[in-house]
Ligand binder design. Sequence first.
Ligand code: FAD
Length: 601
Amino acid sequence: MNRRKFLQSSAASSLLPLCPRSLFANPTPPTSRVRPTDPAWPSKEAWQHLNDDVGGNLIPVDFPLNPCLVNPQSPDCATFFTNIKNPYYIGDSPGITQTLGWVDAWATKPSVYAVAARNASDIAAAVNFAREHNLRLVVKGGGHSYQGTSNAPDSLLVWTRHMHDITVQKNFTPQGCSATTQPQPAVTLGSGSIWFQAYDAVTTKSGAYVQGGGCTTVGVAGLIQSGGFGSFSKHYGTAASGLLEAEVVTADGNIRIANACTNPDLFWALKGGGGGTFAAISKLTLRTRDLPELAGGANFTVKAASDDAFRRLVRQFVSFYRDALFNDRWGEQAHFSPDNELQISMVHLGLTTEESRKVWQPFLDWLAKSPGSYTIKSQPEIGSMPFRHWWDVDWRNEHHHDVFKTDSRSNAGAQNVWWKGDAGQVGWVVWGFESLWLPATLLQSDSQEKLANALYAASRFEEVELHFNKGLAGAPPEAIESAKNTATNPAVCNAFALAIIADGQGPAYPGIANHEPKLAEGRKAADAVHRSMNELRAIAANGGAYVSESNYFEQDFQQSYWGPNHPRLAKIKQKYDPDGLFFVHNGVGSEQWSRDGFTKL
Ligand SMILES: Cc1cc2nc3c(=O)[nH]c(=O)nc-3n(C[C@H](O)[C@H](O)[C@H](O)COP(=O)(O)OP(=O)(O)OC[C@H]3O[C@@H](n4cnc5c(N)ncnc54)[C@H](O)[C@@H]3O)c2cc1C
């Protein structure tokens, strides 16, 4: 809704006085948040003032699923189920999220109002309003939280989608750091930017590198606060390690700078302490680096003829990985599936096509020696390309690289693309999702058998994914040191991979006939995911889990996500947000609130 419509819908708005603004902390800390049905819900006039404060950018939030809830057979509902496969449609809709829900955990719900923020002042107005009126506040950027932490019913949403200005800079010095820090190349991003926009500006247009996430439609602010991994993190480290400065709005409504010299405690917490917890970020500045000339990949799938052959294949791959791939050149994934397939989707940095093929030759030779046991289902694609064009849509099209899906809406920009490999998760409903960092000690010669047996046993229940780029063992010392200076569980530094086991279904929502989440199947799958991961937990106890790719029902989440860093995070939360205005499920400080963030426990 635009400003004019909002004015028409609220009576006598022009006669109202300005909202009284109590400064900073509430004199009496809130014990519960207000819902629209409560008498204390802000009046129309109060909302009108907020709308004025944010330049007419307060919008009532539409729920795109409504046509389906009213009539699942309607053409509008059919249109919704087409649109929901497009992450840009989702990103442009403040009322939904990339993941539609999680069986027995949550289902996406719209806020009552959203501030479609343009800058830090708009965010501050929303934060002040929520604090003064005891509202449940929620912040959404890219909307890719699996845990549903960027949606909440009966809430006020800070929606950063339109804040995507990007400036590439040659000489950036964090504010207040000029005495201690040399200027360095950097990129400053509005917190609503998504990674594709960052890569387009930094790599395709400027020939430099910024460490971000793998999925192109993930939001920059959500990923940085997660710690964050991209395909090349085995070389460059976590995305959070590259944060140089953030402009944020804290719970007291102040716009603050956080960097190594100014508010360094808050700065540290933003680097992996979890999204939506410490402040609302308006701008981020990330370090950029020189771009290597080449990058590439290795993709193929091997099918084993029997369980026994698969067991041998897993064992062989473990030792091959240790000998040939366990270094900072190789990232991304290997999958081990219940139907005895090993799927390789890995990326490399800085190797020529010939060099990368040479790396894999011993493994391919080993397979070729047993044609009765192993079939290569898809012919190996191993090679390299100019790194400058990794995210270059035109170049990829010209070279017939069929890797992106595109936004087909009539008004969509040509750069609205996402990797085909991520398409299955657009509009996804999660059944089960768990992760575990696997320590590199498991790759030692005398542990490889144990690791291979556990991977095999786990793969009997569900497909096991090893994300090598999400464990930093094998990375250059500098990348590991930088990660130690973030809030992420230090287990990441000793891990050779993050194991992810997950299952789910395509778009569905409770209450829509023929599009309901499959509860029985989902619960069975969640159990299989858990049993599968338990096989790995048996050899990697206390491995820790990645905050943004983990179980909604994570046991002892404080320890899993942050390990020994949690007590320090809890203190920082207490300092900057003592009344818990910023609440997310399983976030730092969330123990003090009910699961929906409405009631103080
Ligand atoms: C398909 C898919 C692929 C993924 N791939 C990767 C990957 O390659 N690497 C990886 O590390 N992770 C990956 N993730 C996980 C992802 O990084 C996290 O879920 C991340 O938090 C999403 O950020 P977002 O802004 O898109 O999501 P949102 O849901 O908008 O935000 C996530 C959290 O951050 C908070 N937040 C968002 N913006 C702000 C802000 N401006 N200020 C304060 N808090 C904010 C939200 O409140 C929420 O709690 C993936 C997730 C999905 C669904």
